[in-house]
Design a protein around this ligand. Sequence first.
Ligand SMILES: *Cc1c(COP(=O)(O)O)cnc(C)c1O
Length: 391
Amino acid sequence: MLHQRIETELAAAAAEGLTRRVTDLRFTGAVTARDRQGREYLVFSSNNYLGLTFDPRVRRAAAAAAEAFGSGSTGARLTTGGVMEASDLEQELAAFKHREAALLFNTGYMTNLGVLYGLARPGDLIFSDELNHASIIDGCRISRATVVVYRHGDAADLEAKLQAHPVPPGAVRFLVTDGVFSMDGDVCDLPALVRLKEAYGCLLLVDDAHAVGVLGRDGAGTASYWDLPGAIDLQVGTLSKSLASVGGYVVARREIIDYLKNKSRPFIFSTFPSPADTAAAREALRILRTEGETLLGRLRRNTARIRQGLSDAGIPVLPGDTPIVPVMVGAADRATALDFRLREEGILLSAIRPPTVAPGASRLRLTVTAAHTEAQLDFVLDRLAAAWRQG
Ligand SMILES: *Cc1c(COP(=O)(O)O)cnc(C)c1O
C-alpha cells in the first residue's frame, strides 16, 4: 500500500515538474558557493542577510568553542546539555529585544512548535494569517487548539473572525503572524494587530525569523520597525538567518519562559545544538548590536538597488522594502525554466512553485544580503533581464 501511494504521488509531482531535489553546495564565501561538479555560483537565495557566516570573528568564535568545549552538547539542557553560554545568549537576546527573558530551541521551526504546542491547548483559539510559515501551521496543528485562518494581512477579516468565534470559558485567544512574510517579503501590519489584540484580549505572537537583522534602525525586528516596543507578547526568532548559526528562540515575560521550560516538549526532549553553534550566534549578535548601522545600511542600499533595477527593466516585483524580492512569473514551468537558465549562468535563486504558493503565483525569489557587491548585484540584474526577455 505504502509503496503504491509513494509511487503515485512522486509520479504526479514529476509530471508537473515539481519534484524537489537537494543541491549539494559548499559555500566559499558569504554569497558564493560551489557544487559537486565544481561549478561556481553567486547565491541570491540564502537567508544570510548580513553575510556573517563568513565573518572571521564569527568563524573564530565557533572554532574556539568546539576546541574548548567539545563538538556536541551531549543532551537536552535539562539533562547534560552542557552549553553554559546558552543562558548568556538568552540574556543577550532578551536585552536586544528589550524584554525580560528568552528561551532557546534547536531551530526556528522547533520554536514555533514548542511555543504554540507549549501554550495553546484544545479549546483555545488561534487566529493565524493565511501566509504564515509552515512551522506556525504545524505548531497550531499539534496544539489541537481551534485554528481560524484569516486573509493575508487583512485586519478587517481578522476582526470579523474574532467576533464570529465565541470564546469558550477559560479559553485563551492567540493572534499569530510572521513579521516579514517569507514568500511575499511584506511586513505585517503590527499597529492593527496590536489594536485587535488589546480590544479582544488576545496574546500576540510574531515570528521575526526574516525580521531580525533586517527590520528597524537597530535590526531588532518588527517591534522596532513599527516603534512599538513591548507590544508583542511572544517574539519568535531564529539564529539561522541573519545570526549566521542554527537554533531558534522566543522572547517573552519571564513567567511564560519559566512555564515553557517546564512544559514545552520540543525544549525538554531534544538535544541542544553544539557549543560552536551557540558561540557563533553570540558573536553574530554582538556584531549586529555594535556594527548594525553599517551592516543594515549596506543591506538596505543593496535591496534598493535590486528592487529599482528590476523595476527599471520592467520586471514585475511584489512591492516592499525587505531583502526578500519576489519576481512574479506566473506559470510554474516558466519559473522552472528561468531558474534553470540562471543556474547555467552561475546564479542561484529559488523558483517557488505550488504547493508553496498558489497556482499561477509561481515566482523567482531573490534574497539580497549586505555581503553582495554592486558588481554582483548588477550582474544578476543584467542576466535576469536577458533571461526574462527571452521568455
Ligand atoms: C526560516 C523560518 C523559520 C524556521 O527557522 P529555522 O531556524 O530555519 O528552523 C520559522 N519561521 C519563519 C517565518 C521562517 O522564515
